[in-house]
Design a protein around this ligand. Structure first.
Ligand SMILES: Nc1ncnc2c1ncn2[C@@H]1O[C@H](COP(=O)(O)OP(=O)(O)OP(=O)(O)O)[C@@H](O)[C@H]1O
Ligand SMILES: CC(C)(CO)[C@@H](O)C(=O)NCCC(=O)O
Length: 340
């Protein structure tokens, strides 16, 4: 997947009008598109040469934060927790939103402490992210896509690959709070198996990989949140989770475990669109805010009655009125195009 995000001009008439603009340069019309992420730099020349499109570049971190703040403040029930198969929407009071840790899981992971609108610091990051899962997954299971890998993982059993506490102790190790089922060493069982890759079920490998990456990022995120002022909210964005229940469940379990139940992982309904939304929002600074407000009030549920602040609900009611299509933007990758 490419590392760039932009508003897709072919998605809808509104997106054409709002995602890009024309500028008259020496009598010629120039098409300008907001773009963010690495691809906004990497592919700028290519787009200009092939399509005559100029990228109006917005900083990636700035766009991620701006997109996340916008969603959390303006879209009812954007954030939710996911535990034991249950999605609980959380409406955060905007006066109590900051500070929080934004963990953007793309190919790599950025951890950003957000303290206000436009006020943030990228406090950490890790290269063990979505790209690691997919890359290792492709090597070890020959999966063709992320969805392929995810589907495999649903059918797998990581206990055939991972070394559990019970494999070492024969039971739990309750004195230090480790249950028999806790993974003591990801992929650790392989050491004693004397088997080759072909002898393992690819479903089991997929499951172990997913647990390994998700557990690891949950732990790092929690530690970073504690290190940077005991941030009470950890919000996970980026295309990695894409509402995949098992991924969210594993991340939630990890945060719950490491925080001893004090912190809950939060996810976003529009998790993969933070950068695009943030780049879009930057029109405000060019004095085109009214145009944007018009578009959003038509398409997003902002105008609909708000649920009670800090209310939690796992009922379907709130989803109905806050359909994911409402934000109406696309991510274009070099090989994929996804729509909310
Ligand atoms: N359909 C998909 N195709 C490819 N990757 C997917 C898909 N769905 C989820 N993913 C996961 O999302 C990751 C990429 O996420 P995203 O598009 O947010 O990041 P990116 O912009 O490419 O990365 P970075 O932020 O590091 O530049 C992949 O590495 C993979 O783990
Ligand atoms: C390089 C970026 C910012 C590109 O989105 C991302 O992939 C990332 O945060 N990677 C982790 C890099 C690190 O901090 O180790």
């Amino acid at each position: 997947m490419s590392a760039w995000t932009l508003l897709n001009p072919s998605y809808s008439r509104e997106a054409v009008n709002l995602g890009c603009r024309h500028q008259e340069v020496s009598g010629k019309k120039k098409l300008i598109i907001k773009a963010t992420g690495g691809g906004a730099y990497k592919y700028a020349d290519l787009f200009k040469e092939k399509f005559g499109v100029t990228f109006d570049k917005e900083d990636e971190m700035n766009s991620l934060v701006s997109g996340a703040n916008f969603l959390l403040k303006a879209v009812p029930c954007e954030a939710f927790t996911y535990m034991e198969g249950r999605k609980d929407f959380v409406q955060i009071n905007s006066s109590d939103l900051f500070p929080y840790l934004l963990v953007n899981i793309g190919s790599g992971i950025s951890m950003i402490k957000v303290v206000g609108d436009g006020k943030f610091e990228r406090v950490s990051g890790t290269s063990l992210g979505g790209g690691t899962l997919l890359g290792l997954g492709m090597l070890l299971t020959k999966c063709q896509s992320f969805d392929d890998l995810l589907e495999m993982s649903h059918k797998g059993d990581n206990r055939n690959i991972d070394m559990l506490v019970s494999d070492i102790y024969g039971s739990d190790y309750s004195k230090i709070g480790l249950s028999a089922r806790t993974i003591a060493s990801s992929f650790g069982k392989v050491i004693f198996d004397n088997k080759e890759l072909k002898d393992y079920k690819k479903e089991d490998i997929a499951r172990s990989l997913l647990r390994m990456i998700s557990n690891n990022l949950a732990q790092i995120a929690y530690l970073i949140a504690m290190w940077h002022g005991k941030l009470k909210r950890i919000i996970f964005g980026g295309s990695f989770t894409r509402s995949h229940e098992y991924i969210m469940e594993t991340i939630s379990d990890g945060v719950e475990y490491w925080s001893k139940g004090e912190t809950k992982a939060m996810f976003l309904r529009h998790e993969g669109f933070l950068g695009a939304l943030g780049a879009f929002k930057s029109y405000e600074k060019h004095g085109l805010g009214s145009l944007m407000g018009h578009h959003l009030s038509e398409q997003s549920p902002v105008a609909s009655p708000r649920p009670q602040l800090e209310q939690k609900s796992n009922g379907p009611l709130l989803v109905e009125s806050t359909d994911a299509e409402s934000v109406g933007c696309c991510i274009l990758g070099s090989d994929t195009m996804k729509r909310t």
